[in-house]
Design a protein around this ligand. Structure first.
Ligand SMILES: Cc1cc2nc3c(=O)[nH]c(=O)nc-3n(C[C@H](O)[C@H](O)[C@H](O)COP(=O)(O)OP(=O)(O)OC[C@H]3O[C@@H](n4cnc5c(N)ncnc54)[C@H](O)[C@@H]3O)c2cc1C
Ligand code: SF4
Length: 347
């Protein structure tokens, strides 16, 4: 059995106290912990070796939810995934977010894991998510303790995979995150929270705490999230597809965002799919073209479950399925179903 290494657990009672503690300790010494469902297993494998952990569970500033689909939502970073999955305003107004939260891991981990921790979850790779001894036997890798990337040995960067289920959905919804650090508070569009780099995968500074998430109004928005994984019971995504659309009264698409998870070190906005969808009715032909252009930029590597060829192929299949679902078309295409569109509002 793997054991947690010794560490000191600090329990700030307020956000300013937590910020001051983190600033005082410095990046090599201390890390934040919310539910611990990602960090503790990583510490058991010595992927992270903080001497001190700053617990966020007592901070009232990170709790709570206000708003609704008409006005937009403010979600505390400390909200558990179970709560996000079951909260009435989220289920009614932002069903893709509720779905994604309900698809993370297992009930036990969703009861502990938070939405803030999910957005900051570590990137993953078959050569990295292993015990210390396993990693030692291959001479470690660039992400921790080594110098070589075993996935792309000639590469100067790490290609570990962004594996959050929630991040693609919040990117499709154009959310912002609020970060608080010694220099004060700043709002960041969620895409700027991520970097396409498996090691330095977050665009936030080490001394900043993610306090809450701002999700824009969603009235008239239709949305969905689909996840591909081997075992439905608890696996991380090997592909996530988040789509948010607005259609006008005649069924013409006026806004579209298609975001892919688990195909790169950051969630990937399929920008060309927007160009294809906006101004069009969601016919089978338009959907197939959008799925094709969304498929092209996805370049999964051979470093998570199942083969990269399969994972790449699934991008086209699942983008089309999600779009068909939102268009009210049969998810598996039938001959002669072109031209059917319907609008199902989430608000
Ligand atoms: C078996 C297993 C299966 C899993 N399956 C999935 C899955 O399918 N999908 C998925 O998305 N995740 C999965 N996870 C990962 C994890 O359970 C979730 O992502 C969870 O939401 C993480 O939240 P947490 O509060 O436990 O984060 P923690 O483990 O507490 O923290 C994770 C990281 O975020 C940082 N952090 C936490 N809160 C903040 C904050 N407010 N501000 C700044 N930094 C912060 C921590 O320092 C740490 O680096 C799985 C984990 C396990 C062990
Ligand atoms: S992508 Fe390369 S450097 Fe990154 S974790 Fe995997 S093997 Fe290590």
């Amino acid at each position: 059995m793997l054991r947690l290494p010794p560490f000191t657990y600090l329990v700030p009672q307020s956000l300013p106290e937590a910020v001051a503690m983190l600033a005082k300790q410095g990046p090599a010494e201390a890390m934040l912990v919310a539910g611990g469902t990602d960090l503790y297993p990583n510490m058991k494998r010595q992927q992270y070796e903080p001497k001190r952990l700053i617990g966020l569970r007592q901070l009232r500033e990170l709790q709570g939810l206000t708003g609704n689909a008409r006005d937009g939502l403010t979600i505390g970073a400390g909200m558990t995934l179970t709560h996000v999955h079951q909260q009435r305003d989220i289920m009614a107004g932002y069903p893709a977010l509720a779905t994604a939260a309900g698809l993370v891991s297992t009930p036990q981990l969703r009861n502990m894991g938070t939405i803030g921790g999910n957005l900051c979850v570590d990137t993953r790779c078959n050569y990295y998510n292993q015990t210390y001894w396993w990693r030692q036997a291959i001479g470690f890798c660039m992400k921790k303790d080594g110098t070589t990337c075993w996935v792309a040995p000639g590469s100067s960067r790490c290609w570990a995979v962004s594996s959050s289920d929630i991040a693609p959905v919040l990117m499709a919804l154009n959310a912002q995150v609020c970060l608080v650090g010694p220099a004060g508070e700043r709002l960041l569009p969620i895409h700027a929270l991520y970097r396409d780099d498996g090691i330095s995968y977050l665009g936030k500074r080490h001394d900043e705490i993610l306090t809450h998430i701002l999700v824009p109004p969603a009235t008239g928005c239709i949305m969905a999230y689909a996840k591909v994984r081997r075992r439905g019971a608890f696996d991380f995504p090997i592909l996530g597809v988040a789509v948010a659309l607005r259609l006008d009264d005649t069924g013409i698409c006026t806004e579209a965002r298609v975001v892919l998870g688990a195909v790169a070190s950051a969630p990937l906005l399929a920008a060309e799919a927007t160009t294809v969808l906006v101004g069009q009715r969601l016919t089978s032909e338009v959907i197939d073209t959008a799925a094709e252009v969304a498929f092209r930029p996805a370049k999964p590597l051979d470093n998570t479950d199942l083969t990269l060829a399969y994972r790449k192929k699934m991008v086209r299949v699942h983008v089309a399925r999600v779009l068909r679902q939102l268009a009210g078309l049969p998810v598996v295409p039938r001959r002669g179903d072109e031209g059917h569109t319907s609008m199902r509002e989430s608000g």
